[in-house]
Every structure is written in C-alpha cells, then in structure tokens.
Ligand binder design. Structure first.
Ligand code: NDP
Length: 601
C-alpha cells in the first residue's frame, strides 16, 4: 500500500492507492443518494436567526429586481447604484442580506480565501478586514455595510421567495410573484441565487426515525448548543453526545468547537478532507494602509491572485496562501523543464508531481499533529488536491487529540443507518443526543429546483426548457430568449473557483454597464442574440472548465459524485484560456461600448 514515508514519492503506487480509495466510494445513485429537504423534513430549512414578520403584499414597479441578497445581489446592487440606477429592489429568502454568510453561522465559520480579495467592495466601503481570513460574523457585518452604504435596504424584501418570474412581451417587463403574495413588475431582473444555498441531507436509512435533536450546519441551533456565532463556548453540550456527519469544509471549521464542548463527539467520516495549515493572522492597520494607498488596490489584488492561482506568471504573490502555493509549485516544475521537453504530457506530469508532493506533505501533517497514529492514518486524504475542496485549518486535526472526540471512519461507506437513538457504523450503534448534518448543499440538481422558480421568457418558454440540454448563455451573463435578465454567477464566464466573489464583481460590472447603456439610449429591451449565445458556447466548448472534473477523482460534487456526465450536463464551464483571459476579455467588451452580441431595441 502506498505511503509517504521517508519523503519518497512513488507515482505508480500513489495512483494505485488513489484509484482504490475512489473505487470504494463509487455508488450507482450518485446525486440521488441525498435527500431533498421538503415535506416532513422542511423544518430543517427554518430560519433560526431572524423572526419572520407578516407584511402587506407589494404591488408596484421597480427598475431592477435583484434576486438574492448575498454577495451576488449586493455587488450587483452596488454597481447599479454607482451607474446611476437607483430604483433597485433586493428579494431574499433569508431574514437579512448576506446569503451564504447569513445562513452559515456555525461556530468557526471563516472565509478560506484571503479577506483582502474575498470581501467585495472593501475599497469602495473603506473597510479593513481584521484578519487575513476573517470569521463569519465579520463577513455578515460587511454585507450589511455594503447594503447600507449603497442604500440597498430601501425596497428590499426579506424572508421572501420568488415563485414565478414571467416576461410580458407586450408591456416589455418582468412580472414577479412571491410566496408573500407580492405581485410586482420590473424592467430588468438579475439572478444571483448562489451555487451552494440549498442544504441537503444524506439519504441514510432511518434518518426520519431519530428521536433526538438534529439540525443542518447552515441552520445552527444555538438555543440547543449554547454559545453563539461570535465564538462563545457551546456551553449546553457539556452533557451531550453529539454526532457530526460529514468532514467537508464546514465540518473542518466547526469540529474544533464541538470537540471542546461536547461530552462525546463522534466525527463520522466517509472521505477525509485534505487539511493544510491556515496560518491566520491579524491584519496590521499600518501594513493595510501601506498596501492600499493607491486607488484600484483591490482590483490589483484580485487580478494578482487570479493570475497566480491559475498558473500565470505575476511579478509577485500578494496573497500568499495555500491556493497560490500549489499553483506556484506546479509552475516552477514546468518552468524547470528543458525547452525540448515542454510537451503537454510533461506539463501534466509536472502538475501531478507537484500535487503528489503537496498531498504527501498534507498527509504527513495528519501523522504529526494527531497523537493516536491510527486516527492520524484514517484522517489522510488519498486523492489529488483539487479533486475535492481543499481545506486549511490549524485546529481541526488537533481536535482529535481532545478526550471527547472519537473519529468514526466509515471506510468510504458512509453512515450505515440512523436509529431512534443514534447512528450505526459497521453494524455498531452509537447512542447520541444530537446529530449535526454537515452534509453540504445541492449541486447538480435542476436549476429551477434550487432557485425555487422557473423563469419564463419570450413565448413563455421556461428556462428549464431552454437549458434542457445544459446551461446556455452569452458570457455567463445573458441568455437568448430572456430579455432584460442577467445571471450573476461564474459558470460559462471566468469560473474562478478559488475566489468566487471575484466572478461576481465582474459580472455585476457587466450588468451595470449594459443596463446603463440601455437606459442612456432609451431602449426598452436588451437581449443576447441566438447567434452570439451559440458562438460563445462553441468558443468555450474547447474546455471543461474544471481542471480535474474527472471520474479519476474520488466522488464529490466537483465531479458529479463520480458519475460520467450525460451529454446534457457536460456543458462548458469556463473560458478556455482561464479566468484571467475571461476577465481581460469581458473588461474590453464592456469598455468598447459596442456590447457585441446584444441587441438594444
Ligand atoms: P460538503 O458537500 O463539502 O461535505 C459534505 C460531507 O458530508 C462530506 O464529507 C461527505 O462525504 C459527507 N457525507 C455525505 N453523505 C454522507 C453519509 N451518508 N455518511 C457520512 N458522510 C456523508 O459540504 P460542506 O458544507 O462541508 O461544504 C460545502 C462547500 O461550501 C465547500 O466545498 C466549500 O465550497 C463551501 N465552504 C466554504 C467555506 C469557506 O470558504 N470558508 C467553509 C465551508 C464550506 P464525502 O466527501 O464522502 O462525499
């Protein structure tokens, strides 16, 4: 069996071990293994943070309806206001702005990408992050600051889900209804509904039978656990046996808090995460002032990270973190190749070598940090680093040295069953008082299921029908047949996974530029042509977008749970030359003022 001992790396052995570990986890049901949270399970979606107030239904007209008030909606609203479009309404299912950071208030929630580039509009709002990787409450506050700074609370509708959005071709506007009885119209609509916002539950037999307490990490029940999202100890768990199911990026952040608080904490693991060092540190105000003195600093940082993280050659590495480290390692190996050996095969081999080296270090770290050697072994991730979401933490592995923590490794099989009183793994029942589902969010389910509505465009064609054979867009923003509507997300655009907000700030700039242009020339309707949409898809079709979107990887949401994608879902994901090329292209497209591919009438 492959090991990383004595610093030697045997590529063939490691490949073999990776394949074995992957095969253990392959299952025929793919995405269907998860439970949709509906019906009797709906209480898992209740908002534990903000009381829902009754209000009058809204019946009026706005210039722009912005669906979703997370980062996407906030940056869109901000850029629209900057462009002089003031009549903007946010519509949001949560009780406030924040999106991901509204819902994910689990203890230890923290951004994994450096705050200098992760937090949008730092320069515009004049704010300094307190740490290199800031914690959830500070991010939520930042969202609220953006909303106040740009006057986005005015007209916002919270605890409100859009139920229908239909294009009225005669009136040339969108008709929107919601679950609060609202029926209003908007000249333009933008959709920033987010990629990971619908919690899912594992389809473990017996889940509904459990008689103890349970909740999903994105609806943390502080009434039950005690403590708060600011980091106060979870003081009501001292006499509780708790099982947490899942060891992804969320569990990695909250396990240390549970480990310190519970009488017994069972960490139920199906696939170990790769957990590299975090090395968080406070931001020094003097340093911050020195690096942000020039206008446009955040755009420079964003660009620098995007270049470094996607294998480009920047003069320096401003962010210096785990994301750029891997890319720099790969690049340095490629640069070391003699010119005659600079072939695609050798470049891929250099990438693989750098990856094996990095993953060996990460596995070694588990052995060094965890006191019990057997537990340390079980916490080792046997796959290439970008097969799953890389994690960074300085207390997760250490949590397995706490006396209360027990790792229940399922050898890739998952929790076998849930009973009235506990969980079953390898035929053994573990009695627990509480189950915390750190089981992630829906990915790969139909867009309309996640959005909660299926917008109807020209000729009442539902978006699901236009996308029957996969997503179709121009630049990831415009969709032919859906005039005056804009997507604010990353697919078919930059697809920069390591810094999601960067995709959003660029999309928001594009939306604001197009709407400003339409308004300035007095247009009623702006729409992508069918030809422009088709030619963009052809152009980006030469790339799969994800570097390792492959069935060679251990299953997860990055690779469709290990299942071959059918033709309809194997759509191109990003610019063939990468994120930086997209950002350069779209900036030039906007600034040309031509808006090629769109018609304004
Ligand atoms: P994930 O989908 O990444 O993890 C779900 C976990 O549940 C996995 O460990 C999965 O195992 C496990 N699981 C599922 N079914 C079972 C089962 N039947 N038995 C046992 N275990 C099971 O969700 P997360 O909430 O952790 O993270 C989602 C995403 O959110 C991240 O990938 C990241 O993009 C983002 N995130 C970002 C953070 C940040 O930036 N700071 C922090 C947290 C999350 P398996 O791996 O085998 O499928």
């Amino acid at each position: 069996m492959a090991s990383d001992s004595a610093g030697t790396i045997n590529t063939a052995e490691i490949r073999e071990r990776y394949a074995q570990e992957r095969n253990k986890r392959l299952r025929p049901d793919g995405n269907d293994q998860y439970l949709e949270i509906t019906g009797a399970l709906s209480h898992y979606l209740d908002d534990p943070y903000t009381e829902r107030h009754e209000r009058e239904a809204v019946v009026d007209h706005v210039t722009v309806a912005v669906i979703g008030a997370g980062f996407a909606g906030l940056v869109t609203g901000a850029r629209l206001k900057e462009a002089g479009i003031t009549d903007v309404r946010l519509i949001e299912k949560g009780g406030d702005v924040g999106g991901t950071w509204y819902w994910n208030r689990y203890p230890g929630a923290q951004c994994d990408t450096a705050a200098m580039i992760y937090l949008p509009l730092l320069e515009e709002t004049g704010r300094m992050p307190s740490e290199k990787y800031v914690h959830g409450p500070e991010i939520l506050t930042h969202c609220q600051v953006i909303a106040k700074h740009y006057d986005l609370y005015n007209k916002a509708l919270f605890h409100t889900c859009v139920t229908a959005m239909n294009w009225d071709a005669e009136a040339k506007l969108w008709r929107i209804t919601t679950d609060r009885g609202d029926a209003f119209t908007a000249k333009y609509v933008t959709m920033g509904t987010g990629p990971l916002h619908v919690p899912k539950l594992p389809g473990i037999p017996g889940l509904r039978d459990f008689k103890g307490h349970s909740f999903h990490t994105s609806r943390w029940d502080y009434d039950y656990t005690g403590g708060n999202s600011e980091g106060a100890p979870l003081d009501k768990l001292a006499d509780k046996r708790v099982a947490i199911i899942g060891t992804g990026a969320t569990a990695v952040q909250c396990v240390p808090h549970l480990a310190r608080a519970c009488k017994t904490l069972y960490v139920c693991q199906r696939t170990p995460s790769s957990v590299d060092t975090r090395n968080n540190e406070p931001i020094d105000p003097q340093w911050f002032e020195s690096v942000t003195s020039e206008t446009g600093w955040q755009d420079r940082w964003l660009e620098n990270f995007a270049i470094n993280q996607t294998g480009g050659m920047a003069d320096e590495d401003l962010v210096q973190d785990g994301w750029t480290d891997l890319s720099k390692r790969i690049l340095s190996r490629i640069v070391d190749l003699p010119p005659e050996k600079m072939t695609p095969e050798n470049m891929l081999a250099a990438f693989e070598d750098a990856d094996h080296e990095k993953m060996s270090e990460i596995r070694q770290r588990a052995s060094e940090v965890v006191d019990d050697p057997e537990t340390g072994e079980k916490l080792k991730a046997w796959y290439r680093q970008l097969c799953k979401r890389p994690c960074f933490h300085d207390e997760f592995l250490q949590a397995f040295n706490e006396p209360a923590t027990v790792l229940l490794d399922t050898d890739g099989k998952g929790v076998e069953a849930i009973t009235e009183h506990g969980i079953v793994i390898a035929g053994k029942e573990y009695a627990v008082d509480c189950i915390v589902y750190a089981s992630g969010f829906e990915v790969g389910t139909p867009h309309e299921r996640r959005a909660g509505f299926d917008m109807q465009g020209v000729g009442n064609v539902p978006l699901s029908q236009h996308w029957k054979h996969g997503m179709r867009s121009l630049h990831g923003v415009h969709v032919h047949g859906y005039p005056n509507a804009f997507l604010v997300q990353m697919s078919q655009g930059a697809n920069l996974v390591s810094n999601y907000p960067h995709n959003l700030t660029e999309a928001a700039r594009t939306v604001a530029a197009v709407i400003r242009h339409a308004e300035a020339r007095g247009s009623d309707v702006v729409e992508a042509t069918a030809a422009a949409e088709a030619s963009w898809l052809d152009y980006i079709g030469t790339s799969s977008g994800f570097l390792l979107d492959s069935t060679d990887c251990t299953p997860g949401y990055y690779n469709n749970e290990g299942k071959e994608r059918d033709a309809d879902s194997a759509v191109p994901l990003g610019h063939p030359e990468g994120a930086v090329a997209y950002f350069t292209f779209i900036k030039a497209w906007r600034e040309s003022g031509e808006f090629e591919g769109l018609t304004f009438t």
